[in-house]
Ligand binder design. Sequence first.
Ligand code: FE2
Length: 384
Amino acid sequence: MMKSVPVEELYMYRGQVVEDVMSATGALLLPRGGDLKTLLDSNPSVLQSLVQWGIKTVLINIPFDLSEDVFEKIVDSIHPRMRALEARIARGAIMQVEKVYRTISDNGSLGDGAYELARQASLLAEEVAKAPQIVHCLGRVRDIDEYTYIHSLNVGLLSGYLASRLKPGDREFVTTITYGGLLHDIGKALVSQEVLNKPGRLTVSEYEEMKRHSVLGHEIALNSGITDSRILVSVRNHHERWNGEGYPDGLEGASIPLYARIMAVADVFDALTSKRVYKGPSSSRDAVSMILESSDESFDRSIVRLLLLSVGLYPPGTVVELSDSSVGVVVGARDSDLLRPLVYINVDDRGRRAPDGIIVDLSQQEHLYVRRAHYDAGKGIHYT
Ligand SMILES: [Fe+2]
């Protein structure tokens, strides 16, 4: 966070000098990048020189110092159930998805994995119902090879979450779509790894092969005895687009089944926020913006609106500056007021680290609000 600090208050601040501060004769008073405290301690008379040369303010970069470990500990203390999801249920679901993919590669059907995966979906749906904001639950990929499995879990969680927003209390709907999310890309088990993990652009024929996964997945589901049309459309039609330019059936607008419309939004959001061999991850906020921009051509606007509400305006991990100049990191939000999140404050308005940090619930603090946000610090929880 950069702040223009009056010279007479400089001694109270911690941080780095942003640009060279020179006297009118060209003497360097404070060098760019210098640590303010060290500079003032080593040369106390510099404050006097600044005043003498008529310098009124100095631009200081006030550090925000919160490691990912500390961040996760704080989230843990606020939302202990999120950690339970990460440790136990998420890993169970990922392992099961992986097992199912291997079975498909071997014999073209899910085998008895279908039943176990449905059980995992029901456990996940229970967790989704408890989550105040979905970004907490989404894992980020450390190991590229694991991408498809973690992506399947994330799409299951996110589509389940969107479904729970669309029809609150309809547990069957949420469980079914979560199951659809776990299965949505099963056709990729039969697409070549070179095409799936190619770092550069796909050629026309490679892209055609990639696109086959939706129809292949549908066949695998049918071969596995899945007859529920809600699951079948989740697998076959999650790449349909609102303007009819998607695949494989070129369905358009409301003729795209609701399950597939929800899955499309969840799929693209997770793909954008994940790290792949060919791209870095986008922040949650950037991903929502990109989806919003293309929502007229590609997505059901009402589902995109639910995504915005689910991800929140200040996703956990967002560094925010509050109206009193203190700096903190968002650790959660209440459904009722996404503009006023819970913020862990660890730098006060003078850039000093608060000894243990405090958690401020902005929904309970009428006089405090978020003045600025830095979204590039968006984090997801890693499943390891
Ligand atoms: Fe897909």
